[in-house]
Design a protein around this ligand. Structure first.
Ligand code: ZN
Ligand code: ZN
Ligand code: ZN
Ligand code: ZN
Length: 172
């Protein structure tokens, strides 16, 4: 499936699969690998690895999709032929990314959120004076959130979705 970021024309197309998700029992705050749901249909994978930011030398969480559980999930989602990095990409596309370029407002139709990443994590101390912006409700950000099907009530500083956002390394 694809998300479309459109204005008068389609600006960006993002591949994603709505059902594909990472098991929350594998999030960084839980004990590694504690999912007791035998019917769990989410990937058992290291969230940080999916975002390419896992710095653990011997990470306790899976970095591949080759084990029995993940194979089953892949099959269910018709992703068996996908490579690990292809699945990582689909999982990363579930949520928008944060634009790394301050002042990118000059580039028209940037597909990334224009917001302070520290604010997203609930940790920016600059308040109203922060030059990176602290509002999900600007015209630009509202446009992006709408394309991803995220309502403004679901996202705020420190909310689970906001904390899960990653920073875009480059333009799509
Ligand atoms: Zn699970
Ligand atoms: Zn890891
Ligand atoms: Zn931008
Ligand atoms: Zn800030």
């Amino acid at each position: 499936m694809f998300r479309l970021l459109e204005k008068d024309f389609i600006c960006f197309v993002i591949a994603y699969i709505p059902e594909a998700d990472i098991c929350e029992n594998y999030n960084p705050t839980s004990i590694a690998g504690e999912c007791v749901d035998p019917n769990c249909a989410k990937f058992h994978v290291c969230t940080f690895h999916v975002k390419s930011v896992c710095r653990m030398q011997h990470c306790a969480l899976p970095h591949t999709y080759d084990d029995a559980h993940n194979m089953k999930v892949k099959e269910k989602l018709h992703l068996s032929s996908y490579t690990d990095s292809g699945i990582n990409k689909i999982l990363r596309n579930k949520y928008p990314k944060i634009c790394m370029t301050y002042g990118c407002d000059t580039i028209e139709d940037c597909p990334y959120l224009h917001i302070c990443s520290k604010f997203c994590f609930g940790k920016c101390a600059h308040g109203l004076k922060c030059r990176f912006g602290h509002s999900f409700r600007t015209e630009h950000n509202a446009w992006i959130l709408k394309a991803y099907g995220i309502s403004e009530d679901e996202i705020w500083s420190g909310s689970p979705i906001a904390r899960g956002l990653t920073i875009a390394k480059r333009i799509l």
